[in-house]
Design a protein around this ligand. Structure first.
Ligand code: 13P
Length: 377
């Protein structure tokens, strides 16, 4: 049975927002690089907290539209379109110009091309977002390569020159960033290895610290991949290991937990294993988060990771219905927000409204799932 209590949900949401306003006013943690006894509160720290508060607005989440050129090509090919700059622009224009977009989407993660791209009518493509008060984010990793020492695992590149790129993105209006580390599960091959987990955690921590120093809120995304036939329990064990290592490294690198957001995978059986009941997915996911994610972290915004649109919404709702959480729990979906919109649009100007309607429907459903709370006793 589904229970939704919008009134108590919105009260909790208001209480959360009030807590954030108090935090903003007091700014209790030291600025990056400051001596811990100084408790200095730089303008940058204040700005980071303001960005976080704007993103974790109750009932809202993030649209991940940061597909690299190659991945965007695969999405376009699925509706028979060639991977041209014009088609990538048209897809993103269709999404960003959806009327009422900002009702349930507070931030958009962009690929570099989009941040600097002109719209078809001449201005900047991202103007459609900033005019609606949507916060601009930017993917700053530059993809993965085989991990030296464990070639069946991947590590994420992009640290060289990252500070300079962050400064450039900040100047272009970006206020948050994303870096994705990928962790495979393959028990017979001993994956993930200790080296793979440590390397993913260190990369995320270095990236997060550089972003905060540059005034960008880092989204920390350690994605335990769903490829394979592993069990829900195996995913739970690996996700626990990974998140523990990630938070150890974030603290070691002096990352302000109050000024970051976590983008984890949900705990699911492998894509080629038998699906688990949604309630089991929700319970395992929440258990892992409660064991590993400090309450100082303001928001947990899930990736969808190959779930269908319906599954991603249902799981998010169930996680929020299980009990109160110290963090705002919402979505940062790519495919689970875009799949139906892409199909309905299919590159035809006459279908723009139909595509936008699909996006808005998914965003509204996920916004409601972010506000779901346990049934009153
Ligand atoms: P999916 O929701 O499609 O997994 O994408 C989210 C994302 O940003 C992956 O890095």
């Amino acid at each position: 049975m589904r229970h939704r209590h919008p009134r108590s949900a919105s009260l909790t949401a208001v209480a959360g927002l009030l807590a954030w306003t108090v935090l903003l006013a007091s700014c209790p943690f030291p600025a990056p690089g400051a001596a811990t006894d100084a408790m200095a509160c730089s303008a940058k720290s204040q700005e980071l907290l303001q960005t976080v508060a704007a993103i974790i607005e109750p009932g809202k989440g993030i649209l991940a539209a940061d597909e690299s050129t190659g991945t965007a090509g695969k999405r376009l090919a699925s509706v028979g379109l060639p991977n041209t700059e014009d088609n990538r622009r048209a897809l993103r224009e269709m999404l960003f110009a959806a009327p009422g977009f900002e009702k349930h989407i507070s931030g958009v993660i962009l690929y570099e091309e989009t941040l600097f791209q002109e719209s078809s009518s001449g201005g900047r493509l991202v103007d459609a977002l900033t005019e609606q008060g949507v916060v601009l984010g930017i993917k700053v990793d530059i993809g993965t390569v085989p991990l030296p020492g464990s070639p069946f695992e991947l590590y994420t590149q992009g640290l060289d020159g990252l500070r300079q790129r962050c400064d450039k993105y900040y100047a272009a209006g970006a206020r948050f960033a994303k870096w994705r580390a990928v962790i495979p599960i393959d028990a017979p091959s001993g994956l993930p290895s200790a080296l793979g987990v440590q390397s993913a955690a260190e990369g995320l921590a270095k990236y997060a610290r550089i972003c905060q120093d540059a005034g960008l809120v880092p989204i920390v995304e350690p994605e335990v991949l769903s490829d394979g036939a592993h069990s829900l329990e195996a995913c739970e064990a690996v996700t626990t290991r990974v998140l523990s290592a990630v938070f150890r490294e974030l603290l070691a690198h002096g990352v302000e937990l109050e000024a970051m957001l976590l983008k984890p995978n949900m705990v699911l059986p492998g894509a080629s294993a038998r699906p688990a009941p949604p309630a089991a997915v929700a319970a395992a996911t929440r258990r892992v988060l409660r064991r590993t994610v400090p309450p100082a972290v303001p928001g947990v915004l899930f990736l969808s990771g190959g779930q269908t649109e319906g599954e991603a919404t249902e799981h998010l709702r169930l996680i929020n219905e299980l009990g109160s959480n110290p963090w705002y729990v919402s979505f940062s979906y790519g495919r689970a927000l875009q799949a139906s919109a892409l199909k309905a649009w299919s590159g035809k100007p006459g279908n723009v409204k139909a595509g936008q309607a699909q996006l808005l429907q998914r965003a509204a459903a996920n916004g409601a799932a972010a506000l779901a709370r346990p049934a009153a006793a």
